[in-house]
Design a binder for this molecule. Structure first.
Ligand SMILES: Cc1cc2nc3c(=O)[nH]c(=O)nc-3n(C[C@H](O)[C@H](O)[C@H](O)COP(=O)(O)O)c2cc1C
Ligand code: SF4
Ligand code: SF4
Length: 309
């Protein structure tokens, strides 16, 4: 950031992984709203849902502000993303970790994402957990994020922008005072801002640290329901071979030669199933269906976004 001439003018971008689009919606709403504030500029977003996008390297610098979103999977950051996340180079950029969860709980996902971003060289200045329609369901948190969630996202963006502006202003004042005391005109705003960010530390968010183990679904007798190997099945009579599911799969597990047929790793993101225009994909694993119903019955009350500033 050339803070000496122009303290703000941060490049704001969304960066996200999103199987069914709920994380994308909130991340983009926050990024758009922040960039409408004075001192912030809109920069191109990075959607790392397609496997090819996770084969690239991403480096940031002090001029960047990244709204960084992932869905909650088993109460944590999706573990398939960890190798990719550990290649990021924050370079002192500001970041806002955001997680989307399906109305059960975000457990330690937000604190885990915050920690990863800090370890990768970002300064986390705000964070949030929003609610999205549960990947497995069409009735649990149905249609969310909705217009109230978007309004909250915009309110959050305004507050985050205000917090960043206040940090920069303080750094400017400190730099001026230091320059006067030293009898020089040179303003070390960049150093002052770094010092302020370091002193503030990572944004405080809900969750436990050390991070707890992945959430395990259980049946009524307390037995572990293992859905690791479950994949969607194809009703060939409905499939038009349009290829939408091929594009949608973040694991690249549906090959263009055989649209609809899942022959690789499946993280149950449900992107293929929800995006298929023919309703040709479905899950019939009894453990999966049991868990889905338990969630629908167990978490009927609307949860609200949690904002950390
Ligand atoms: C395998 C899997 C595990 C999930 N685990 C949780 C969870 O622990 N808590 C929760 O509330 N939602 C959970 N969800 C729901 C998603 O976090 C939620 O639907 C989110 O909005 C999906 O984001 P996306 O639309 O960007 O893919 C899970 C979803 C999947 C696919
Ligand atoms: S999106 Fe549905 S209809 Fe299209 S190829 Fe996939 S399974 Fe077939
Ligand atoms: S095959 Fe699995 S991982 Fe791929 S889009 Fe479908 S549910 Fe998601």
């Amino acid at each position: 950031m050339s803070v000496t001439e122009s303290p703000l003018d941060l490049n704001v971008r969304g960066m996200y992984f999103s199987g069914t689009g709920t994380t994308e919606t909130i991340v983009l709403a926050v990024a758009e709203a922040i960039s409408r504030e004075e001192g912030f500029l809109r920069a191109p977003d990075i959607n790392f849902t397609p496997p090819a996008a996770r084969g690239q390297e991403y480096r940031f610098g002090q001029q960047d502000l990244v709204i960084f979103g992932v869905p909650v999977i088993a109460g944590r950051v999706p573990n398939v993303l960890l190798p990719f996340l550990n290649t990021l180079e924050g370079g002192g950029a500001l970041a806002v970790p955001v997680v989307l969860y399906g109305n059960r709980n975000f457990d330690d996902a937000l604190i885990e994402l915050r920690n990863i971003l800090e370890e990768r060289g970002f300064h986390t200045v705000a964070g949030a957990a929003f609610i999205g329609e549960h990947s497995f369901s069409r009735i649990l948190a149905a249609g969310r994020p909705d217009k109230d969630d978007i309004a909250k996202a915009e309110e959050f963006a305004k507050a985050a922008a205000g917090k960043i502006r206040a940090l920069v202003k303080k750094a400017e004042e400190n730099a001026e005072t230091a320059a006067k005391a030293a009898g020089s005109g040179a303003a070390g705003i960049e150093e002052e801002l770094n010092a302020a960010l370091a002193a503030a530390g990572p944004v405080a968010v809900d969750g436990e640290d050390p991070i707890r183990p992945y959430y395990i679904p259980r049946d009524r007798k307390g037995n572990h329901i293992n859905i690791l190997k479950v994949k969607p099945k194809l009703d060939e009579s409905k499939c038009t071979k349009c290829g939408i599911c091929v594009e949608a799969c973040p694991m690249g597990s549906i090959k263009p030669e055989a649209p609809g047929v899942v022959d690789g790793i499946c993280i149950k993101c449900c992107g293929c199933e929800k995006k298929c225009p023919e309703g040709a994909l479905y899950f019939d694993d009894p453990g999966y269906l049991y868990h889905k119903e338990e969630l629908e019955l167990g978490y009927p009350d609307r949860k609200e976004p949690k904002l950390f500033l």
